[in-house]
Design a protein around this ligand. Sequence first.
Ligand code: IMP
Ligand code: MG
Length: 431
Amino acid sequence: MKTVAVVGIQWGDEGKGKIVDLLAHDADIVVRYQGGNNAAHTLVVGGDKFILRLIPSGALLREKVCVLGNGMVVDPVALLGEIDDLKRKGFALNPGRLKISYDAHLVMPYHRAIDRSREAHLGKRAIGTTGFGIGPAYEDKMSRLGLRFDDLVDLNTFTEKLRRNIRDKNAHLRAVLKAKTVPAEPIVAAMRTARRRLLPYLCDTGAFLDDAIRAGQSVLFEGAHGTMLDIDHGTYPYVTSSNCVASAVFAGSGIGPASLDAVLGISKAYTTRVGAGPFPSEMFGTLADSVREEGVEFGSATGRPRRIGWFDAAVARHSVRVNGLWGIAITKLDVLTGIDPLQICVGYDVRGKRYDAMPPGRHMLDRVKPVYEEMPGWRDDLTGARTMNDLPAAARRYLVRLAELTGVRLAMVGVGAARESTIVLANPFHS
Ligand code: IMP
Ligand code: MG
């Protein structure tokens, strides 16, 4: 298969970075198609640690082309910071290797200001956003007030629109959110500099991808966040502001549905989420604390401790359906070592009625009682395993049960942080 999308099937942070990195070796082009720097993929290569928020993981493989698709919202200053950091560490991205869609939207300082003060304003009803202005930037996109990379081409009209937006947003910050306003001149000046540096990267990325696919090149679409954070199919309103499901590949990159060969879903062997909102299989107390420590479950975008829970098969089934998954990769299995017994949430009970996937009407999610199935754990170190046979029988049985419950092929299993600590049962690019 030539074109593959990777999506998170939980609440983000499923360990997509590592799987994308592994698959990027087989791709010519790696594409981000939604979200912004609210995403964060941590990669360790040659002893250096990289946190990529906007630039696809392909940046660390020297011959790959990275694309920021039209569906993204991009903070230009954050993007330049990432480009510079990569360059310092020996991974220069010239315009031949980094293509930014003219149609991607710009995240501006007033978006961040609104995001943060709105969260403060919401008090107990806060979403727990990353505070990077993502929601307000998508709002401007939908209300047709947004600024795009395309607007940068003509500096005068851009500056005019920018000043008008700053004025309007400041009025909102002041009057509605009772918050500090953002000063116009430093933003205008910063954008003038950013513009000069970014113009060479602008590209009709949809046409570029279409040409590449017709020419037989391999393309990897790197999803950000996770299905349960999807604006339509997640736990609204405790979601991010973009579609994170696989169908976002098309609207967010400009290729058609027939051009995508397979979707690989990524799930942890357990579950985490940051921010507020329903989480039926959440666990608490010392067990949750030890999984958090063992799995280093602290947000890479914000440093917040993540909430911890058992694997939830109802969430997984929902995600299999809305993403049309070809297969599933289970990450961080090694984190469960030493926990005995293990629980799997196999469905929900709502006032005596059993649900195997999301109950109709997400309002029910607050009331569901998770139904658990118990499985024996294991004590052996898994990090050296490279085939299923290297795993202790209990770990194998746990994986087989997850695959059974989700109904899709088990394609990969992560057994440690390192790139090589992965069991590959099926690689979509080789199928
Ligand atoms: P926003 O995307 O910053 O608006 O945040 C909305 C919700 O999505 C919050 O609960 C965030 O913690 C969550 N979120 C956004 N991006 C990610 C991610 O990449 N991983 C995990 N959670 C995320
Ligand atoms: Mg992350």
